[in-house]
Design a protein around this ligand. Structure first.
Ligand code: AMP
Length: 444
């Protein structure tokens, strides 16, 4: 009896792994739709790789000495003793799939995008979780700085669509080819020789194998040393230098601002030439919303033909956090287009048929048909964030007109009453009108 009455402790989610509750799903769905729309527009097709891959897929691509592989992977053995890992990022699986499915026989370049959960055994904190969603793009099969520019432009457009472009800045660097990077890493090792004692424990361990990562360590002493370290530019091969100049030219052409950051290296081994990240203007790299770069050697490293490629991935939770901070409102199918406000009995009589006609035309309309003053009615219109308000007062009734007010611009125009519906349909234009026949509802 006592056993039965004992109150059971409710379960908690594992640390760093979160529910996406309905309120957040509105944001999630919106981000996904924007990504899908922009991807389709540019000819990218969706790919989904499994959540689990053989561990070697990540070890070989991301690199054994990287933070992800050395300490952040969820790795376990399956019942047959094979080592499997929950994907910590998207590119490795996509490349595995590209090779396995003979995508080099498809028209090149192959342009793919994904929207997937990823898993890293990171220390949970603001903007850092153990399960997080990323969307990403990969262009595989061609090497041209115009492709790098296209990808950066695409990421920028998505940031704009989501209203977060103003809160980030684009950091850009080149880390050259594997050969020039080897020379640069030697120069770094020479520079750090004798300075080991000033480095943090992580950087001491990175010195031999993961030298580039010393440049983006966040520890104070390591930062000071990194400031004075040799820069990649002085070791860059001619081809990479020209490639980088061309890329910058394209970015200028399309009006994308960037900050040249010689210390940007990215945490994964597979990058070459272009690397870039979108940094939070206030929190900097700690809360980058996305990053990417060129990975010309990866496909060969993974067992495929030598194939150039470039990719980008962004963190959905961090984007949503920025959208909330910027008070971005997610558009909803329930949003109204038009609010009809009236003053006086005569005006109200005109409103009823007008609202009806607007509904028939597919314009989502609401009218204040109660007794509220015109100011109260306008307050409601603002609250519903309608695109337009129609105002009908005594003068308008007498003259057979109505006023159409553009709520975002604050401008108004007087229109003949019998032209109001046409005018609004035209003004709303591209916005999808909500027309249907009752039969269609079954399938919508
Ligand atoms: P990365 O390839 O590691 O630069 O990751 C790309 C983007 O994914 C980052 O800029 C973040 O927005 C996001 N991201 C990476 N790790 C995490 C994490 N542990 N929690 C939340 N978002 C993350």
């Amino acid at each position: 009896m006592a056993e039965e009455n004992r109150k059971l402790e409710p379960f908690q989610n594992p640390k760093g792994l979160h529910d996406i509750l309905p309120g957040d799903h509105e944001f999630h769905t919106f981000v996904k739709k924007v990504v899908r729309h922009r991807a389709r527009q540019a000819g990218f097709r969706r790919i989904t790789t499994p959540v689990l891959e053989y561990t070697d897929v990540f070890k070989r691509s991301i690199g054994e000495s990287s933070d992800i592989v050395s300490k952040e992977m969820y790795t376990f053995q399956d019942r047959k003793g094979r080592s499997l890992t929950m994907k910590p990022e998207g590119t490795a699986g996509v490349v595995r799939s590209y090779i396995q499915n003979g995508m080099n026989q498809w028209p090149q370049p192959v342009m793919l995008y994904y929207f997937e959960p990823h898993f890293r055994y990171d220390r949970p904190q603001k903007g850092r979780y153990r399960q997080f969603w990323q969307y990403g793009f990969e262009i595989i099969g061609e090497s041209d700085p115009a492709l790098d520019a296209q990808l950066i432009l695409l990421a920028h457009r998505i940031n704009q669509d989501l209203g977060v472009d103003k809160v980030v800045n684009l950091q850009l660097n080149t880390i050259g080819t594997a050969e020039s990077r080897a020379k640069y890493m030697q120069a770094l090792q020479d520079y750090y020789a004798g300075k080991e004692r000033s480095l943090c424990e992580d950087c001491k361990a990175r010195l031999a194998k993961n030298t580039l990562r010393l440049l983006d360590c966040k520890q104070e002493d390591c930062r000071i040393l990194a400031e004075l370290a040799p820069v990649m530019k002085d070791y860059l091969d001619k081809e990479s230098a020209e490639f980088h100049e061309e890329l910058k030219g394209y970015l200028e052409e399309v009006g994308i601002e960037f900050v040249e950051n010689p210390r940007l290296v990215r945490g994964l081994d597979y990058y070459s030439k272009t690397v870039f990240e979108f940094w939070d203007k206030t929190d900097g790299e700690q809360n980058a919303i996305g990053g990417g770069g060129r990975y010309d050697g990866l496909i060969e490293l993974m067992g495929g033909q030598p194939t150039p490629a470039v990719g980008f991935a962004a963190g959905v939770e961090r984007i949503i956090a920025n959208m909330k901070r910027e008070k971005i409102r997610v558009p909803s199918k329930d949003d109204l287009h038009v609010f009809v406000a009236q003053l006086g009995k005569e005006a109200k009589r005109k409103c009823l048929p007008l609202i009806q006609e607007l509904h028939e035309a597919g314009v989502k309309t609401m009218g204040a048909l109660g007794k509220g003053s015109i100011n109260e009615q306008l307050r409601i219109a603002n609250k519903f964030r309608v695109d337009y308000t129609v105002l009908i007062g005594i003068t308008e009734v007498r003259e057979g007109t109505a006023i159409i007010r553009d709520m975002s611009k604050g401008q108004q125009q007087t229109v003949k009453m019998n032209k109001v519906v046409d005018k609004l349909v035209k003004l709303l234009g591209e916005k999808k009108l909500d027309r249907y026949t009752p039969g269609e509802l079954l399938y919508s």
